[in-house]
Structures are given as C-alpha cells and as structure tokens.
Design a protein around this ligand. Structure first.
Ligand code: FES
Length: 101
C-alpha cells in the first residue's frame, strides 16, 4: 500500500502519474555551479533505477536561493546540492525515502 506524498494517482486514461517531483534550478548561478552535471547524473540514476515513470525530473529558472549550491526542489522542499553529492542525494532522499518511489 502506498502512503504519504508518494502515492500514485491514476489519471483519467488510467495511467500513473509520477510520485516524486524533482526540479533542478538551471538559472545562471546554478548553471555555473554545475546544475547541468547534476541533471545529467540524475537522469542516469533515474534510468538505472528503473523509476522513469515514478520520478518527474524538471528544470526551472532561478528559485531565489542562489547563495549556496545548486538549488533542488524535491516534493516541495528545497535542497542545496554540489554536483559530487548527486549520488548520495539520490540514494538518501529518493531511493531510501519512506513510501517511494
Ligand atoms: S540561479 Fe538557481 S537559485 Fe538562483
């Protein structure tokens, strides 16, 4: 039984909506800090994990949090990420998150 924010909803055509929303800032400051590397790494991790239909990966322009690392929005919560932290972030915050993906 799925729980919490990770419960998938059926669409009118009976397909499944993604249960994890992951948005990476690709604004100029985050671009300079390596957002492209993070996006490419996340795309590979999502494909390797087989969760392409459960994780929605999107880009966004400046999220107004340019002070530290690349801004990442995961299910409504902001994170600051360095490119070399991508693998650990994916494992800790997505794969090991209770209920999902
Ligand atoms: S450019 Fe990414 S938070 Fe501002």
């Amino acid at each position: 039984m799925a729980t919490g924010n990770h419960e998938q909803k059926k669409t009118p055509d009976n397909s499944r909506e993604p249960c994890v929303a992951l948005t990476i800032c690709v604004g100029s400051s985050c671009h300079l800090k390596g957002s492209r590397r993070i996006v490419e790494h996340l795309q590979a991790l999502i494909e390797t994990s087989g969760f392409q239909d459960k994780i929605e990966l999107k880009g966004a322009f400046c999220m107004g949090k340019c002070v530290s690392g690349v801004s990442v929005l995961l299910d409504g919560a902001y994170h600051s990420l360095q490119p070399e932290e991508t693998n650990a972030f994916f494992t800790q915050n997505i794969l090991k998150k209770p209920g999902g993906p």
